[in-house]
Design a protein around this ligand. Sequence first.
Ligand code: GLY
Length: 390
Amino acid sequence: MPAKGADVPGENRDVVVVGAGAIGLAAAWRLTQRGRSVAVVDPSPASAASHAAAGMLAPVTEVRYGEEALLALGIESLHRYPSFVAELQHATGHDVGLRTEGTLVVATDAGDRAMLADLHDFQRSLGLDANLLTSRECRELEPDLSPDVRCGLLARSDHSIDNRKLAAALLEAVEGAAMLVRDGVAAVEVEAGEVRGATLLGGGRITCTTVVIAAGPWSAGIEGVPEEIRPRVRPVKGEILRLRTRGPADLPNRSIRGIVNGREIYLVPRCDGELVVGATVEEMGFDTTVRAGAVRELLRDARAVLPVIDELELVEAIAAHRPGSPDNRPMIGTTGLRGLVLATGHYRNGILLTPVTADLVADIVTGTEPDPALSSLVSPQRFSPVAVRA
Ligand code: GLY
């Protein structure tokens, strides 16, 4: 294996994965398990949204009208999480902070209670497991909730994971099994209508028959990809905070989501004393500024749900970008260009959808028929032609 960050002239692999976030790393790891030689190319592995995210594994409380297909995908991925984590922990020896205490959604004023009731009706119409709770029942679960919390909804199956530990463990697993190149991809090389390799910004070149684009919001900007199949992803900015307990456990026992004057806030506790509070949703291109006003608004809404956060230390405020797609569903699958596979556009659900995406990519690249019920939901060809012009 070449030194990290070195040019890789003359290298050949079966597959080049562009992007070493949770999605790209997990896909690469699965591909190596299926006997493929893999290079993963990223100037800054395990960073960006994989680093910033809250790690909610929450298909039931994230469900939105019209997104039933995304829900089905999320539930399937969540179902795969325990074995995925057990395998990763076995491979690396690292705990990745999977928490299975469920998620509580709470509401305060009358408008927010109506929103929560609507969400519950929708969840019930889909046969999902979510129970309405009184304010007293909410406080029995979470004694530090604000007295203003009037009702709640418990989704026992919505969990969380420490995405930073997850990404670090995936990176370690990949470093042991694949070639990791800390560089950017300048272009996908295409010849005679098929993928032949990837050239790197640092000047190297890796020949391969398959390129998997898993570069999150940067997936649309990779040269060499024919215009008509370029993934239609865009950056959706999120500002997110990390707080920490100074003394013994003042944190909630499970993830809490609040509806506060019609806005949504989430508070995700970690076993090590961290509380993640997020997140804004802004169409600002690749802007990474953390606005003072965003920090204020996040703290205000988090405090409306859990006043005790005033006592915590504010340790981090960062911004990252979700890879938004036109229908909020990811694009995972083959494209009209032979050898080009996409695994991008995961929007708000990249960490949740990591296991199912990795399995789908591994199936697609190795010629195993992917589960058609899943692959049809995420095919990139819903947005682009079946074959590119010669
Ligand atoms: N999944 C939460 C978010 O994107 O903010």
